[in-house]
Every structure is written in C-alpha cells, then in structure tokens.
Design a protein around this ligand. Sequence first.
Ligand code: SAH
Ligand code: SF4
Length: 351
Amino acid sequence: MEATKSFLLLQKLYETHDLSKEEWLYLLEHYTDALACSARELAHQVSTHYFGKRVYLRGLIEFTNICHRHCLYCGLRSENENVVRYRLDQETILACCEEGYKLGYRTFVLQGGEDTYFTDERIEALVKGIHERYPDCAITLSIGERSYASYLRFYQAGARRFLLRHETASKQLYESLHPHMSFEHRIKCLKDLKTIGYQVGAGFLVGVPGQTMEDLVEDFCFLKQLDPHMVGIGPFMPQKDTPLGNFTSGTAEFTTFLLSLIRLMLPDVLLPATTALATLDPKGGEMGLLSGANVVMPNLSPIEVRHQYALYDGKVYVGTESALCQQQILNNIENVGFIPDFSIGHSPRCC
Ligand code: SAH
Ligand code: SF4
C-alpha cells in the first residue's frame, strides 16, 4: 500500500508538476531504489521531450578563490588559512575565454568567492570586455550577493545569467550554515535578479549536515514558487579545513533521485550534472544525465590555480587541462547516448 502511494505521487508530479508539502514529505520519506528508478525513467522522458538528447556545455572560469564569507561547508571560507589564495586579472580571464571560444564554448560562467577587490566597476569592466570581444556568447555570473543596483549594472554591461544557489530554503538551517548572513537577503537577491531580467539559477546542497526531509520539502516548494531558469543541486562534500570537514558527504543516489524530481516539477528547467556529483561517484555525471540533467560545466580555469579553488576535497579534473577535461566530459556524455551542444543554449523560456 505504502509503495503504491509513493508511485502514485510520482505519477501525480509527472502529470501536474506539483505536490503539496505533505505529499512531498511522503515521497521523500519513502525513497527506495525502485522509486528512484521510476523517477529516473520519467525524468529522462520529460527532458528528452523538451531538449531532445542535447546536453548544453558551459565553460567555467573560477576567477578568484578569495572570499570574505564564512559558509561552514566551503573550503574558500575566509577563516581557512590552508588555502593558497589567488585572483585572476582581466587579461588572464580573457585568455581563458579565448581558449574556451576556440574549444567551441558559447557560454562563459564566471564564478568566484565574494572578493571585495572585484568592485562593481571591476566586474562591469570585465563583463564589458568579454561582451565586446565575444558578442555571440552568453555571460553568466556566479559571484554571490550584491545590491539591486550592482546586479542591474552588470546586466547593462552584458551579463544575462546569474547563478546564486539559495543553498537551503529552511531559514533555520540557512542561518546555522551561514554566520552573519541573512536568509531573507539571499532570497531578495534571487528575486532582484529575476526582476532585472536575468536567467536565474537557484539550487541547494543535498545531505548537508543537519538537513532533514522537511528542509528538502521547503527547497522543492521554494523552487516551484521562484520558478528559476536553472537549478543547480549537488551533494554536500566535506572539505577537511572547514567546521564540517568530518561529516560524511551526501550520496550520489539520493542526489540523482532529487534531480529527477526537479525535472518532473520544472520540466523545461536547465539542470546541471554538477562537478560535486562527478567527484562523489565516477559514474555520477552519467547518472545525473540519465536522471534528467541537461547541462555540464567543464572547467576553463588556468591549470595552475584549479586545485586552489577547493570548495571541497577531491574535486575532479583539477589536474586536467581544459581541452582534455572537455574531451573526457564529451566522452562521458556520448557514452550514455547524449549529444554535446555548444550553442548559446538559452533557457527555452527566453527564446
Ligand atoms: N561564492 C559564490 C559562488 C561560489 S561557491 C556563492 O557562494 O554563491 C559555488 C557553490 O559551491 C555554492 O553555491 C555551494 O553550493 C557550493 N559548495 C561550496 N562548498 C561546497 C561543499 N563543501 N560541498 C558541495 N558544494 C559546495
Ligand atoms: Fe564564499 Fe561562496 Fe564559499 Fe560561501 S560558498 S564561502 S560565499 S565561495
């Protein structure tokens, strides 16, 4: 009887793209391998309907690992003295774009810690510099919290996408993981970005210490309401020099189950198979794609600094130069029957 109910809820999610809080909780609490298998099949069907076999490639440039924040899980938190800090200058970032452009990328994702050196003026100049040189490419920023005015300025300079995970939609858990940060402000940033017109990516950590099924229900309900263009979820991965360094990671199986559920809830959303998932399990990237994911973000950062962008331990591809990293990822995509797509790949809702 119980098994039947969870499968019926899955079917309801597939048909209506929505569940009540009680239904979400029931579904998550009754997770089994068989349920995950059904969710994966449905999610795969939905993503194929919207995107065919295409998997969008985005080139990731990790341009600074300096951060003034204190997120308990992250190796880049300001208290971590064991990480060698770096920031790339504009010329080096443009050289990464140049290499990426030659490799075929038409989206550049500029990600970094919240580094106060990168004032609004500097980010604006950087975005303008890339936009002028590569007008046929999309620029995505992932640089944390700023004011409405700052986000607007970057948009006017040419940035069109912004990734800002909400990390968890539970205010209590959020505040326990992010000292001196406000949950309300995080949510305001996401809403500001949407209002300005960005294609917005939200998302959460799976299996972060202290997370309950009720917290995950909040994540699903929040995402349904926000209706972002992209959702980035990945397993929590311990980083030894952080206060959460001794906890165990989230699991690949549960993360891919949640990926499937997001695909069913937001059928045309862009959904990356994250590096954290690929790090956790050698088959994680492929499992993600087969569970409804349709975006991959190979690394274009200079090889000398890759290992210093240590959000968590054991990150894959840190020692692999961009072309080879891309080749390995392309092989993984093709191995599971998908087709790598280097086009600008806007959210279907923006075309
Ligand atoms: N500073 C920006 C962007 C860089 S961090 C920001 O915080 O938005 C990018 C993402 O890395 C974060 O959103 C977080 O979800 C993820 N991350 C950080 N530490 C992690 C860890 N230990 N395990 C898994 N993901 C982590
Ligand atoms: Fe800084 Fe982002 Fe890491 Fe938080 S998650 S410490 S904001 S880099």
